[in-house]
Design a protein around this ligand. Structure first.
Ligand SMILES: Cc1cc2nc3c(=O)[nH]c(=O)nc-3n(C[C@H](O)[C@H](O)[C@H](O)COP(=O)(O)OP(=O)(O)OC[C@H]3O[C@@H](n4cnc5c(N)ncnc54)[C@H](O)[C@@H]3O)c2cc1C
Length: 403
Protein backbone atom coordinates (compact mmCIF):
# COMPACT_ATOMS: atom_id res chain seq x y z
CA UNK A 1 0.00 0.00 0.00
CA UNK A 2 1.49 3.35 -0.80
CA UNK A 3 1.23 6.67 0.90
CA UNK A 4 -0.94 8.45 -1.66
CA UNK A 5 -3.99 6.18 -1.36
CA UNK A 6 -7.01 8.23 -0.28
CA UNK A 7 -8.54 7.37 3.07
CA UNK A 8 -12.23 6.43 3.14
CA UNK A 9 -14.35 9.50 3.79
CA UNK A 10 -17.90 10.09 4.92
CA UNK A 11 -20.26 9.74 1.99
CA UNK A 12 -21.84 13.19 2.49
CA UNK A 13 -18.38 14.82 2.53
CA UNK A 14 -17.48 13.62 -0.97
CA UNK A 15 -17.70 16.07 -3.86
CA UNK A 16 -18.32 13.60 -6.68
CA UNK A 17 -17.97 16.17 -9.44
CA UNK A 18 -14.53 17.11 -8.09
CA UNK A 19 -13.65 13.44 -7.74
CA UNK A 20 -14.58 12.84 -11.39
CA UNK A 21 -12.43 15.80 -12.47
CA UNK A 22 -9.55 14.35 -10.47
CA UNK A 23 -9.95 11.00 -12.25
CA UNK A 24 -10.07 12.61 -15.69
CA UNK A 25 -7.01 14.75 -14.98
CA UNK A 26 -5.12 11.72 -13.71
CA UNK A 27 -5.93 9.61 -16.76
CA UNK A 28 -5.06 12.38 -19.18
CA UNK A 29 -1.74 12.98 -17.47
CA UNK A 30 -0.76 9.37 -16.83
CA UNK A 31 -2.37 6.81 -19.16
CA UNK A 32 0.03 6.54 -22.13
CA UNK A 33 -1.57 7.64 -25.44
CA UNK A 34 -0.33 4.44 -27.15
CA UNK A 35 -2.18 2.33 -24.63
CA UNK A 36 -5.36 4.36 -25.03
CA UNK A 37 -5.14 3.97 -28.79
CA UNK A 38 -4.95 0.18 -28.45
CA UNK A 39 -8.07 0.19 -26.30
CA UNK A 40 -9.92 2.74 -28.43
CA UNK A 41 -9.47 0.66 -31.56
CA UNK A 42 -10.50 -2.60 -29.82
CA UNK A 43 -7.13 -4.30 -30.34
CA UNK A 44 -6.18 -7.31 -28.25
CA UNK A 45 -5.04 -6.50 -24.72
CA UNK A 46 -2.64 -8.90 -23.03
CA UNK A 47 -0.72 -9.00 -19.79
CA UNK A 48 1.72 -6.32 -20.91
CA UNK A 49 -1.01 -3.73 -21.50
CA UNK A 50 -3.07 -4.60 -18.43
CA UNK A 51 0.04 -4.60 -16.23
CA UNK A 52 1.35 -1.29 -17.58
CA UNK A 53 -1.84 0.52 -16.52
CA UNK A 54 -2.09 -1.31 -13.23
CA UNK A 55 1.46 -0.25 -12.30
CA UNK A 56 0.54 3.38 -12.97
CA UNK A 57 -2.63 3.09 -10.89
CA UNK A 58 -0.73 1.36 -8.10
CA UNK A 59 1.64 4.32 -7.83
CA UNK A 60 -1.43 6.44 -7.16
CA UNK A 61 -3.02 3.91 -4.75
CA UNK A 62 -5.89 3.23 -7.15
CA UNK A 63 -5.09 -0.24 -8.46
CA UNK A 64 -7.76 -2.01 -6.38
CA UNK A 65 -10.90 0.17 -6.52
CA UNK A 66 -13.12 -2.63 -5.21
CA UNK A 67 -10.94 -3.62 -2.24
CA UNK A 68 -10.95 -2.41 1.37
CA UNK A 69 -8.13 -0.14 2.50
CA UNK A 70 -6.70 -2.77 4.87
CA UNK A 71 -5.76 -4.94 1.87
CA UNK A 72 -4.35 -2.14 -0.27
CA UNK A 73 -7.63 -1.02 -1.87
CA UNK A 74 -9.12 2.42 -2.19
CA UNK A 75 -12.08 1.96 0.16
CA UNK A 76 -14.16 3.95 -2.35
CA UNK A 77 -17.92 4.01 -2.05
CA UNK A 78 -20.34 2.86 -4.73
CA UNK A 79 -20.47 6.16 -6.58
CA UNK A 80 -16.69 6.52 -6.65
CA UNK A 81 -16.23 2.97 -7.91
CA UNK A 82 -18.71 3.51 -10.69
CA UNK A 83 -17.17 6.88 -11.62
CA UNK A 84 -13.75 5.25 -11.84
CA UNK A 85 -15.04 2.59 -14.27
CA UNK A 86 -16.98 5.19 -16.25
CA UNK A 87 -14.02 7.54 -16.69
CA UNK A 88 -11.68 4.63 -17.52
CA UNK A 89 -14.09 3.45 -20.24
CA UNK A 90 -14.79 6.93 -21.65
CA UNK A 91 -11.08 7.73 -21.90
CA UNK A 92 -10.10 4.31 -23.30
CA UNK A 93 -7.96 3.05 -20.43
CA UNK A 94 -7.41 -0.72 -20.27
CA UNK A 95 -9.79 -2.46 -17.88
CA UNK A 96 -8.32 -3.82 -14.66
CA UNK A 97 -7.33 -7.48 -14.92
CA UNK A 98 -10.30 -9.25 -13.40
CA UNK A 99 -8.98 -12.70 -12.35
CA UNK A 100 -6.90 -11.34 -9.48
CA UNK A 101 -8.70 -8.18 -8.35
CA UNK A 102 -12.27 -9.20 -9.14
CA UNK A 103 -12.29 -12.96 -8.70
CA UNK A 104 -9.74 -14.73 -6.50
CA UNK A 105 -8.67 -11.70 -4.40
CA UNK A 106 -12.03 -11.34 -2.60
CA UNK A 107 -12.13 -15.14 -2.10
CA UNK A 108 -8.69 -15.09 -0.46
CA UNK A 109 -9.81 -12.17 1.75
CA UNK A 110 -12.89 -14.14 2.81
CA UNK A 111 -11.61 -17.72 3.10
CA UNK A 112 -7.79 -17.38 3.27
CA UNK A 113 -5.49 -17.79 6.27
CA UNK A 114 -3.47 -14.76 7.46
CA UNK A 115 -0.41 -16.33 5.76
CA UNK A 116 -2.27 -16.72 2.46
CA UNK A 117 -3.51 -13.13 2.63
CA UNK A 118 0.01 -11.86 3.27
CA UNK A 119 1.49 -14.05 0.53
CA UNK A 120 -1.01 -13.47 -2.30
CA UNK A 121 -2.95 -10.20 -1.88
CA UNK A 122 -0.11 -7.64 -2.19
CA UNK A 123 1.00 -9.17 -5.51
CA UNK A 124 -2.52 -8.92 -6.88
CA UNK A 125 -2.71 -5.25 -5.90
CA UNK A 126 0.62 -4.35 -7.50
CA UNK A 127 -0.09 -6.56 -10.54
CA UNK A 128 3.13 -8.56 -10.23
CA UNK A 129 1.36 -11.93 -10.07
CA UNK A 130 -1.18 -13.00 -12.66
CA UNK A 131 -4.04 -15.45 -12.13
CA UNK A 132 -6.29 -17.67 -14.22
CA UNK A 133 -9.32 -19.81 -13.48
CA UNK A 134 -9.19 -23.62 -13.70
CA UNK A 135 -12.84 -24.57 -13.29
CA UNK A 136 -14.15 -26.05 -16.57
CA UNK A 137 -13.18 -29.49 -17.83
CA UNK A 138 -14.07 -31.33 -21.02
CA UNK A 139 -16.97 -33.08 -19.19
CA UNK A 140 -17.83 -30.32 -16.70
CA UNK A 141 -18.94 -26.85 -17.82
CA UNK A 142 -22.52 -25.97 -16.94
CA UNK A 143 -22.52 -29.02 -14.70
CA UNK A 144 -19.36 -27.87 -12.96
CA UNK A 145 -19.81 -30.13 -9.93
CA UNK A 146 -19.12 -33.14 -12.20
CA UNK A 147 -15.46 -32.15 -12.44
CA UNK A 148 -12.99 -35.04 -12.24
CA UNK A 149 -9.49 -33.55 -11.90
CA UNK A 150 -8.30 -35.53 -8.89
CA UNK A 151 -6.21 -34.37 -5.93
CA UNK A 152 -4.79 -37.13 -3.71
CA UNK A 153 -3.26 -36.18 -0.36
CA UNK A 154 0.35 -37.34 0.02
CA UNK A 155 2.07 -36.02 3.16
CA UNK A 156 2.20 -32.22 3.02
CA UNK A 157 1.24 -32.16 -0.67
CA UNK A 158 -1.66 -32.89 -2.96
CA UNK A 159 -0.87 -34.81 -6.16
CA UNK A 160 -3.04 -33.62 -9.03
CA UNK A 161 -4.04 -35.45 -12.20
CA UNK A 162 -6.57 -34.25 -14.77
CA UNK A 163 -7.36 -31.64 -17.39
CA UNK A 164 -8.88 -28.18 -17.48
CA UNK A 165 -10.22 -26.48 -20.61
CA UNK A 166 -11.16 -22.99 -21.84
CA UNK A 167 -8.68 -21.57 -19.34
CA UNK A 168 -8.47 -17.87 -20.26
CA UNK A 169 -5.00 -16.31 -19.97
CA UNK A 170 -3.33 -19.55 -18.71
CA UNK A 171 -0.50 -18.88 -21.16
CA UNK A 172 0.20 -15.53 -19.44
CA UNK A 173 -0.64 -16.44 -15.84
CA UNK A 174 1.52 -17.40 -12.84
CA UNK A 175 -1.10 -19.17 -10.71
CA UNK A 176 -4.32 -21.03 -11.53
CA UNK A 177 -7.05 -21.12 -8.89
CA UNK A 178 -8.31 -24.62 -9.49
CA UNK A 179 -11.27 -26.74 -8.46
CA UNK A 180 -10.20 -30.33 -7.82
CA UNK A 181 -11.93 -33.46 -6.58
CA UNK A 182 -10.68 -34.64 -3.20
CA UNK A 183 -13.51 -37.10 -2.52
CA UNK A 184 -16.04 -39.19 -4.42
CA UNK A 185 -18.23 -39.75 -1.35
CA UNK A 186 -21.65 -38.14 -0.85
CA UNK A 187 -22.97 -35.23 -2.95
CA UNK A 188 -20.60 -34.40 -5.79
CA UNK A 189 -20.38 -30.75 -4.61
CA UNK A 190 -19.09 -31.90 -1.19
CA UNK A 191 -15.96 -33.54 -2.63
CA UNK A 192 -14.57 -30.39 -4.28
CA UNK A 193 -11.61 -28.36 -2.99
CA UNK A 194 -10.03 -25.11 -4.19
CA UNK A 195 -6.25 -25.16 -4.73
CA UNK A 196 -3.93 -22.34 -5.80
CA UNK A 197 -1.59 -24.00 -8.30
CA UNK A 198 1.57 -22.21 -9.53
CA UNK A 199 1.78 -22.85 -13.26
CA UNK A 200 5.54 -23.38 -13.31
CA UNK A 201 5.29 -26.65 -11.35
CA UNK A 202 6.56 -29.82 -13.05
CA UNK A 203 3.81 -31.85 -14.77
CA UNK A 204 1.82 -28.86 -16.13
CA UNK A 205 1.36 -28.46 -19.88
CA UNK A 206 -0.58 -25.60 -21.51
CA UNK A 207 -1.91 -25.95 -25.04
CA UNK A 208 -3.54 -23.02 -26.89
CA UNK A 209 -7.06 -23.08 -28.34
CA UNK A 210 -7.67 -20.59 -31.16
CA UNK A 211 -11.24 -19.29 -31.15
CA UNK A 212 -13.45 -18.10 -34.03
CA UNK A 213 -11.93 -14.60 -33.82
CA UNK A 214 -8.50 -16.18 -34.47
CA UNK A 215 -6.98 -14.79 -31.29
CA UNK A 216 -5.42 -16.77 -28.48
CA UNK A 217 -7.46 -16.20 -25.31
CA UNK A 218 -8.11 -19.71 -24.05
CA UNK A 219 -6.17 -22.91 -23.41
CA UNK A 220 -6.23 -26.50 -22.32
CA UNK A 221 -4.22 -27.18 -19.15
CA UNK A 222 -3.01 -30.72 -18.50
CA UNK A 223 -1.92 -31.75 -14.99
CA UNK A 224 0.11 -34.96 -14.64
CA UNK A 225 1.27 -35.89 -11.12
CA UNK A 226 1.60 -32.23 -10.16
CA UNK A 227 2.62 -31.82 -6.50
CA UNK A 228 1.01 -28.82 -4.81
CA UNK A 229 1.69 -27.96 -1.15
CA UNK A 230 -1.40 -28.40 1.04
CA UNK A 231 -0.70 -24.86 2.29
CA UNK A 232 -2.05 -23.72 -1.12
CA UNK A 233 -5.53 -25.04 -0.30
CA UNK A 234 -8.09 -22.27 0.23
CA UNK A 235 -10.53 -23.10 3.03
CA UNK A 236 -10.97 -26.64 4.31
CA UNK A 237 -10.92 -29.75 2.17
CA UNK A 238 -14.41 -30.03 0.66
CA UNK A 239 -15.07 -26.24 0.92
CA UNK A 240 -14.34 -25.69 -2.79
CA UNK A 241 -17.95 -25.44 -3.90
CA UNK A 242 -18.68 -22.71 -1.34
CA UNK A 243 -15.60 -20.74 -2.51
CA UNK A 244 -16.51 -21.32 -6.18
CA UNK A 245 -20.02 -19.93 -5.76
CA UNK A 246 -18.75 -16.92 -3.79
CA UNK A 247 -16.34 -16.26 -6.66
CA UNK A 248 -18.85 -16.78 -9.48
CA UNK A 249 -21.25 -14.21 -7.97
CA UNK A 250 -18.46 -11.65 -8.13
CA UNK A 251 -17.29 -12.78 -11.60
CA UNK A 252 -20.78 -12.24 -12.99
CA UNK A 253 -21.00 -8.77 -11.43
CA UNK A 254 -18.11 -7.47 -13.57
CA UNK A 255 -18.35 -3.72 -12.74
CA UNK A 256 -16.32 -2.60 -15.77
CA UNK A 257 -18.56 -4.23 -18.34
CA UNK A 258 -21.49 -1.80 -18.50
CA UNK A 259 -19.40 1.41 -18.84
CA UNK A 260 -17.43 -0.33 -21.64
CA UNK A 261 -20.68 -1.17 -23.44
CA UNK A 262 -21.81 2.44 -23.12
CA UNK A 263 -18.49 3.50 -24.68
CA UNK A 264 -19.03 1.06 -27.55
CA UNK A 265 -22.49 2.49 -28.11
CA UNK A 266 -20.86 5.90 -28.53
CA UNK A 267 -18.52 4.45 -31.16
CA UNK A 268 -21.43 2.86 -33.04
CA UNK A 269 -23.39 6.12 -32.84
CA UNK A 270 -20.43 8.01 -34.32
CA UNK A 271 -20.21 5.40 -37.06
CA UNK A 272 -23.88 5.77 -38.00
CA UNK A 273 -23.64 9.57 -38.07
CA UNK A 274 -20.49 9.47 -40.17
CA UNK A 275 -22.33 7.22 -42.65
CA UNK A 276 -25.30 9.61 -42.71
CA UNK A 277 -22.94 12.55 -43.33
CA UNK A 278 -21.11 10.66 -46.09
CA UNK A 279 -23.98 8.90 -47.90
CA UNK A 280 -27.10 10.80 -46.76
CA UNK A 281 -29.99 9.31 -44.77
CA UNK A 282 -31.36 5.93 -45.88
CA UNK A 283 -33.88 3.36 -44.57
CA UNK A 284 -30.94 1.12 -43.58
CA UNK A 285 -29.36 3.86 -41.48
CA UNK A 286 -32.72 4.78 -39.94
CA UNK A 287 -33.19 1.16 -38.86
CA UNK A 288 -29.66 1.23 -37.42
CA UNK A 289 -30.56 4.35 -35.41
CA UNK A 290 -33.68 2.65 -34.06
CA UNK A 291 -31.62 -0.35 -32.92
CA UNK A 292 -29.10 2.04 -31.38
CA UNK A 293 -31.79 3.85 -29.34
CA UNK A 294 -33.16 0.53 -28.04
CA UNK A 295 -29.64 -0.60 -27.07
CA UNK A 296 -29.01 2.76 -25.34
CA UNK A 297 -32.20 2.34 -23.27
CA UNK A 298 -31.17 -1.20 -22.42
CA UNK A 299 -27.71 0.00 -21.38
CA UNK A 300 -29.29 2.51 -18.97
CA UNK A 301 -31.22 -0.40 -17.42
CA UNK A 302 -28.00 -2.40 -17.13
CA UNK A 303 -26.34 0.58 -15.43
CA UNK A 304 -29.08 0.74 -12.76
CA UNK A 305 -28.83 -3.01 -12.17
CA UNK A 306 -25.06 -2.78 -11.84
CA UNK A 307 -25.24 0.06 -9.30
CA UNK A 308 -27.71 -1.83 -7.17
CA UNK A 309 -25.63 -5.05 -7.41
CA UNK A 310 -22.43 -3.22 -6.37
CA UNK A 311 -24.32 -1.73 -3.42
CA UNK A 312 -25.50 -5.19 -2.35
CA UNK A 313 -22.00 -6.58 -2.74
CA UNK A 314 -20.63 -3.79 -0.51
CA UNK A 315 -23.36 -4.52 2.08
CA UNK A 316 -22.67 -8.28 1.95
CA UNK A 317 -26.23 -8.97 0.73
CA UNK A 318 -25.55 -9.77 -2.92
CA UNK A 319 -27.76 -12.62 -4.16
CA UNK A 320 -26.70 -15.02 -6.91
CA UNK A 321 -29.84 -14.19 -8.89
CA UNK A 322 -28.86 -10.49 -9.06
CA UNK A 323 -25.38 -11.21 -10.48
CA UNK A 324 -26.85 -13.77 -12.87
CA UNK A 325 -29.54 -11.35 -14.08
CA UNK A 326 -26.91 -8.69 -14.65
CA UNK A 327 -24.61 -11.09 -16.50
CA UNK A 328 -27.49 -12.31 -18.66
CA UNK A 329 -28.50 -8.74 -19.48
CA UNK A 330 -25.10 -7.24 -20.32
CA UNK A 331 -23.81 -10.22 -22.29
CA UNK A 332 -26.92 -10.32 -24.47
CA UNK A 333 -26.76 -6.53 -24.83
CA UNK A 334 -23.09 -6.74 -25.84
CA UNK A 335 -24.13 -9.09 -28.65
CA UNK A 336 -26.89 -6.70 -29.77
CA UNK A 337 -24.40 -3.82 -29.93
CA UNK A 338 -21.68 -5.77 -31.73
CA UNK A 339 -24.37 -7.20 -34.05
CA UNK A 340 -25.47 -3.69 -34.96
CA UNK A 341 -21.87 -2.67 -35.67
CA UNK A 342 -21.40 -5.85 -37.72
CA UNK A 343 -24.41 -5.07 -39.92
CA UNK A 344 -23.04 -1.58 -40.56
CA UNK A 345 -19.49 -2.52 -41.47
CA UNK A 346 -19.58 -6.14 -42.65
CA UNK A 347 -20.55 -5.49 -46.30
CA UNK A 348 -17.28 -3.65 -46.80
CA UNK A 349 -15.31 -6.68 -45.62
CA UNK A 350 -17.69 -9.47 -46.62
CA UNK A 351 -15.55 -11.23 -49.21
CA UNK A 352 -12.41 -11.27 -47.06
CA UNK A 353 -13.83 -11.24 -43.55
CA UNK A 354 -12.04 -14.11 -41.84
CA UNK A 355 -8.59 -13.68 -43.41
CA UNK A 356 -8.68 -10.03 -42.33
CA UNK A 357 -9.62 -10.61 -38.68
CA UNK A 358 -7.32 -9.96 -36.94
CA UNK A 359 -5.03 -7.84 -39.07
CA UNK A 360 -3.38 -9.75 -41.91
CA UNK A 361 -0.06 -8.52 -43.34
CA UNK A 362 -0.19 -4.83 -44.00
CA UNK A 363 -3.70 -4.33 -42.59
CA UNK A 364 -4.00 -1.42 -40.17
CA UNK A 365 -4.64 -2.60 -36.60
CA UNK A 366 -6.14 0.79 -35.81
CA UNK A 367 -8.86 0.40 -38.43
CA UNK A 368 -11.80 0.70 -36.07
CA UNK A 369 -14.33 -0.79 -38.49
CA UNK A 370 -12.33 -3.99 -38.92
CA UNK A 371 -11.85 -4.19 -35.17
CA UNK A 372 -15.61 -3.91 -34.69
CA UNK A 373 -15.93 -7.08 -36.79
CA UNK A 374 -13.43 -8.75 -34.54
CA UNK A 375 -15.43 -7.68 -31.50
CA UNK A 376 -18.55 -9.19 -33.07
CA UNK A 377 -16.82 -12.58 -33.39
CA UNK A 378 -15.27 -12.41 -29.92
CA UNK A 379 -18.58 -11.46 -28.29
CA UNK A 380 -20.16 -14.74 -29.46
CA UNK A 381 -18.41 -16.19 -26.39
CA UNK A 382 -19.88 -13.66 -23.96
CA UNK A 383 -23.06 -15.68 -23.39
CA UNK A 384 -20.99 -18.84 -22.74
CA UNK A 385 -17.97 -17.80 -20.61
CA UNK A 386 -18.74 -17.38 -16.90
CA UNK A 387 -21.81 -19.63 -17.32
CA UNK A 388 -24.18 -19.74 -20.29
CA UNK A 389 -27.38 -17.70 -20.54
CA UNK A 390 -29.43 -20.84 -19.91
CA UNK A 391 -27.49 -21.47 -16.71
CA UNK A 392 -28.07 -17.87 -15.55
CA UNK A 393 -31.81 -18.34 -16.14
CA UNK A 394 -31.73 -21.52 -14.05
CA UNK A 395 -29.96 -19.65 -11.20
CA UNK A 396 -32.53 -16.84 -11.32
CA UNK A 397 -35.47 -19.27 -11.41
CA UNK A 398 -34.09 -21.32 -8.50
CA UNK A 399 -33.54 -18.20 -6.41
CA UNK A 400 -36.98 -16.76 -7.12
CA UNK A 401 -39.09 -19.91 -7.10
CA UNK A 402 -36.98 -22.38 -5.09
CA UNK A 403 -35.99 -25.90 -6.13
C1 LIG B 1 -14.10 -17.42 -24.29
C2 LIG B 1 -14.30 -18.34 -23.14
C3 LIG B 1 -13.54 -18.18 -22.00
C4 LIG B 1 -13.67 -19.07 -20.93
N1 LIG B 1 -12.85 -18.91 -19.85
C5 LIG B 1 -12.89 -19.83 -18.87
C6 LIG B 1 -11.93 -19.77 -17.81
O1 LIG B 1 -11.08 -18.88 -17.75
N2 LIG B 1 -11.97 -20.75 -16.87
C7 LIG B 1 -12.90 -21.74 -16.87
O2 LIG B 1 -12.89 -22.56 -15.97
N3 LIG B 1 -13.83 -21.82 -17.87
C8 LIG B 1 -13.83 -20.90 -18.87
N4 LIG B 1 -14.74 -20.98 -19.90
C9 LIG B 1 -15.66 -22.10 -19.94
C10 LIG B 1 -17.12 -21.74 -19.70
O3 LIG B 1 -17.35 -21.46 -18.34
C11 LIG B 1 -17.95 -22.95 -20.20
O4 LIG B 1 -17.76 -23.03 -21.59
C12 LIG B 1 -19.41 -22.77 -19.87
O5 LIG B 1 -19.64 -22.88 -18.49
C13 LIG B 1 -20.28 -23.82 -20.61
O6 LIG B 1 -19.81 -25.12 -20.41
P1 LIG B 1 -19.55 -26.10 -21.65
O7 LIG B 1 -18.72 -25.39 -22.65
O8 LIG B 1 -19.06 -27.38 -21.10
O9 LIG B 1 -20.99 -26.31 -22.32
P2 LIG B 1 -22.12 -27.30 -21.81
O10 LIG B 1 -22.26 -27.20 -20.32
O11 LIG B 1 -21.88 -28.64 -22.38
O12 LIG B 1 -23.41 -26.65 -22.45
C14 LIG B 1 -23.82 -26.91 -23.80
C15 LIG B 1 -25.19 -26.26 -24.04
O13 LIG B 1 -26.18 -26.87 -23.17
C16 LIG B 1 -26.85 -25.90 -22.39
N5 LIG B 1 -27.12 -26.45 -21.05
C17 LIG B 1 -26.28 -27.16 -20.28
N6 LIG B 1 -26.87 -27.45 -19.09
C18 LIG B 1 -28.10 -26.88 -19.11
C19 LIG B 1 -29.19 -26.84 -18.18
N7 LIG B 1 -29.12 -27.42 -16.98
N8 LIG B 1 -30.31 -26.15 -18.53
C20 LIG B 1 -30.39 -25.54 -19.76
N9 LIG B 1 -29.39 -25.57 -20.70
C21 LIG B 1 -28.26 -26.23 -20.37
C22 LIG B 1 -25.85 -24.73 -22.29
O14 LIG B 1 -26.52 -23.52 -22.02
C23 LIG B 1 -25.20 -24.76 -23.67
O15 LIG B 1 -26.01 -24.08 -24.59
C24 LIG B 1 -14.64 -20.10 -20.98
C25 LIG B 1 -15.43 -20.26 -22.12
C26 LIG B 1 -15.26 -19.40 -23.19
C27 LIG B 1 -16.12 -19.60 -24.41
Amino acid sequence: MNAQAPQPRQRDAIDYAAFRRELVAFVEANCPPGLREIVRSNQKIGREEYAAWQRILHQRGWSAPNWPVEHGGTGWDLQQRYLFEEVAAELDCPPLYHHGLGHIGPVIMHFGTPEQKARFLPRIVDGSEWWCQGYSEPGAGSDLASLKTAARRDGDDYVINGQKIWTSHAHEADIMYTLVRTSNEGRKQAGITLLLIPLDLPGIRIRPIHTIDQWHHVNEVFLDDVRVPAANRLGQEGDGWKCAKFLLDRERLSPAMVPRLIRQLQQVEELIHSRIRADGPSPTLHRALERLFLAQASAMGAREMLLSAIQEEMNGTLRSSKSSALKLHYTELSQQISGLAYDLVAPRYASRLLPQVPAADGADDRDIERQLLHTYLFYRSRTIAGGTSEVQKNVIARDLFGG
